[in-house]
Design a protein around this ligand. Sequence first.
Ligand code: G2I
Length: 444
Amino acid sequence: MHLTHLLRAATAGLIAATALTAAAHTAEAADTLGSAAAGQGRYFGTAVAASHLGESDYAATLDREFTSVTPENEMKWDATEPTRGGFTFTAADQIVNHAQSHGMDVRGHTLVWHSQLPSWVSPLGATDLRTAMNSHITQLMTHYKGEIHSWDVVNEAFQDGSSGARRSSPFQDKLGDGFIEEAFRTARAADPAAKLCYNDYNTDGVNAKSNAVYAMVKDFKARGVPIDCVGFQSHFNSASPVPADYQANLQRFADLGVDVQITELDIEGSGTAQATSYGNVVKACLAVSRCTGLTVWGVTDKYSWRSSGTPLLFDGSYAKKPAYNAVLTALGGTGGGTDPGTGAACTATYSTDAQWNDGYNGKVTVTAGTAPVGAWTTTVTLTAPQKVTAVWNATATWDSSGNVMTVKPSWNGSLAAGASTSFGFTVAKNGSVAVPTVGTCTAS
Ligand code: G2I
């Protein structure tokens, strides 16, 4: 953990001054995202736009809650080198200075990307392009040497879909597959202290695209190409929900010997469903010891790149959403209220049991709180076109959409204080890899 975080955490009363070394795993009263994450040995970051820093509510929320910032656009190639060799760091410096003066670390985003390239780059021939790429990396990383904890060296270099192929870009088309390796080698030389990351989207679960990135990272590690981490952007919505194998996918990359980071998290939606998905993402990261931190892609819904999808933790008035509470609670913080998947008298938690090509068995464990429970009720929400084909150890009724089942006990309503029971159900995936969400558990 960065020293400034330790100091922040210490001044927040999180840890005793004599126990700094234990800070990473001390989870005492922590009532902000950053302090709660620090208690788990992680950073909690957000994307930031320099143009909003002058808005007092924006800055106050940023400064109170987060321990890492990623410039949303200000470090991209079009922003930093709009003309060849003409570097401008004004907006990016503004963010870095703000972060440093408030004890926050900075993620660098991004050095080599096919998008937001200034128009002078694409027409270059191979030799010139190679020189320009290496110069761009070196100039940026030198300007911020020692000030960036992790850099997205290469962003989004693989195609979507089943091919696992590289995406067409000036770099790919003119320099070939080796451009990624060259970018990482140049980056290591420029700032040896920065973690060097490959960053992409739709690689959050196990699929053809993540398999291709996995193969590249494995090859890099085998050949000693410098790579330290893989960023999982994690832009989710109903068409692209948090995958069932999210944690497993993070873990398989970590097992290659790289850190993993959640780099651009946002989840469209609202209320309990959004909160539960956010909580699940945080829990997945915490379950992977090499998942070193999470970044959400913006502070407030009103400035999100997907603002109509209200995908962030604070609404347009900077009020904390249920998703905020879910994240804080999942991080072990206090003040986030009860987990959205739980109630005061009983809690209900979901896990996936057996899985096969077109289906899986879900399991929900219901646990009584500190008092005995005579009967309980909870809900399980599926994402269409998934369908439940069987339920056991419970009785289920369905809402009009057919996606939400209300579940009550069959024989297993009565629970002693702290005791658990479980029910199960079989789901036909019908092509969707979505994970069910469990609603509040109420007891009588
Ligand atoms: O698209 C979401 C993210 C996917 N992964 C890479 C990220 O870098 C990317 O971020 C978004 C920013 O959140 C947007 O703010 O990247 C977009 C561009 O690809 C950004 O949008 C651009 C607009 O397209 C421009 O018109 C605008 O001038 O933001 C610029 C600055 O506000």
